[in-house]
Design a protein around this ligand. Structure first.
Ligand code: SF4
Length: 166
């Protein structure tokens, strides 16, 4: 039987939630025996095309390009998961929503002509989401619990262990 295929997508984020996935290191090899991390740009070069069984999306959506990538992710993943507070609610990137768009962009970019950012939203503003793993960063234990539940086909017991955002 083929192993369930997992994809990890990065949107506007600090990569802290992806790091938590990598920080499962003590059991990562066991985990890799049970699942295939098919698409994970932060961890592998030879990423494989979809479809995937589970898609873990990190980060808020802040650009048109991310909206398109997110919609593609929704199409190619059977279960789509918002991983961490940014993907669930907009998180830290959504601080920018409280100031005029151009003011925020001018703090970062010299040439604004090529910048087309949008208001920062969680991913369910654009696509249906099957599960939310909250926290900033996401809890390792909860992440593991979710993957185990998905493998066994049972509803996972999710208990947030977040530092600052639930
Ligand atoms: Fe980083 Fe927190 Fe967003 Fe995760 S939820 S990507 S740790 S800011």
């Amino acid at each position: 039987m083929s192993k369930p295929r997992i994809a990890v997508y990065k949107m506007s984020s600090c990569a802290g939630c992806q790091l938590e996935l990598l920080n499962l290191e003590p059991i990562l090899l066991d985990l890799l025996g049970a699942v295939d991390l098919s698409y994970f740009v932060m961890a592998r070069r030879d990423n494989e095309p979809g479809p995937y069984d589970i898609g873990l999306v990190e980060g808020a959506i802040t650009t048109g390009e991310e909206i398109e990538r997110l919609k593609k992710a929704r199409e190619e993943c059977r279960i789509l998961v918002a991983m961490g507070a940014c993907a669930c609610y907009g998180g830290l990137p959504s601080i920018k929503n409280w100031q005029p768009q151009r003011v925020v962009e001018s703090r970062v970019y010299e040439n604004l002509a090529a910048i087309h950012s949008t208001t920062a939203y969680g991913i369910d503003y654009y696509v249906p989401v099957d599960a939310y793993l909250k926290g900033c960063p996401v809890s390792r234990e909860e992440l593991l619990e979710f993957i185990k539940g998905a493998l066994l086909g049972i509803r996972p017991y999710l208990r947030p262990h977040s530092v600052c955002v639930e």
